[in-house]
Design a protein around this ligand. Sequence first.
Ligand code: NAP
Length: 370
Amino acid sequence: MQKLGMIGWRGMVGSVLMDRMQSEGDFSFVDPYFFSTSQVGQKGPILNGKTTNDLLDAYDIDALKEMDIIITCQGGDYTNSVYKKLMESGFKGYWIDAASALRMESNAVIILDPVNKDVIDNALNSGIKTYVGGNCTVSLMLMALAGLFKQDLIEWVSSSTYQAASGAGAKNMRELLVQMGALYNCVESELKDSHSNVLDIEKKVRMCMNDDTFPTDNFTAPLAGSVLPWIDKEMENGQSKEEWKGMSETNKILGLAPATIPVDGNCVRISSLRCHSQSLTIKLKKDVAVSDIESIIKEQNDWVRVIENKKDVTLDKLTPAYVSGKLEVPIGRIRKMMMGPQYLSAFTVGDQLLWGAAEPLRRMLRLLVA
Ligand code: NAP
């Protein structure tokens, strides 16, 4: 049995990955070894009622080199500090990574097998050993729109995102909840009085969220009661790094040349806890009937769901509250826009910890071992 090294398994992506791997029986195909960057020597996780190895040192190149396959959800700093050393040490195994650090390397493939199994198969046949999960919003957009991309119907896409706090990590999700609690606490007594003036309440909330003591260590600004229209670093062209990933990763995942299909838009952090949503404006290469578009979308993979463009079902099935924890990727609000018959509007929601992070990693493992 091949030896699998698991790194970053107790983080947010790692925990979702562990759940999914246990649900799908993935560990029965491998001999797993668990590593840590901070808890070396402590007890590993319990799998199917059995204890695993005491945690190995995730920076120990000799221990990592023993593995046939490594999955890491530890983050880009870890990848940057270990990957090159491990490769130079003569590691011959497969490296599967959730972090963005290696995505655009020429010897790495971005994995999203319902969309680019052909690209992955070609890479496996040509001996590529590095496989990296895509940016969460890009992967979720492609899970929803791949049918249209594959039929070469898309001239360009503009995506405005509504990204959950958990996309920024565990600490940020906690901070959002603490911010929400602080806002409630500052007007708790006024809310209990049904005669209190709502604009006085708003003023008190506004003063609370702009006070120096308001908890913003992680987001650096209030998110509860607000939105943050910048995610990741600044690029020289005025995009945020998150916005830059839209075009570069979409084209790489689809196996196209870097700038074949333009993808751009604003990426915005909002106060949902889990699930990224996206409002899409799509310029089609030709006029295609909405009913045909819906058929093309829903036939592409087993997880995409077309939601009828009606209010009730949209508010029921096209929200983070409904989609969180589910593998299905709904897309709705599909309609032609006033700009003309080649302009399509749509809205999609997906769990960024599942198809946006953990699921492509475990499915890549299964391509290697079963
Ligand atoms: P995370 O929750 O912050 O976990 C990363 C590591 O932090 C853990 O593996 C763990 O490593 C350490 N850690 C320290 N204190 C911890 C605690 N109290 N509980 C759990 N872990 C703790 O990071 P993440 O959100 O999973 O992201 C991991 C990678 O996936 C990043 O590269 C990220 O960009 C990428 N990604 C994230 C998402 C998302 O939605 N969050 C989506 C797609 C990709 P040790 O056990 O070694 O200490």
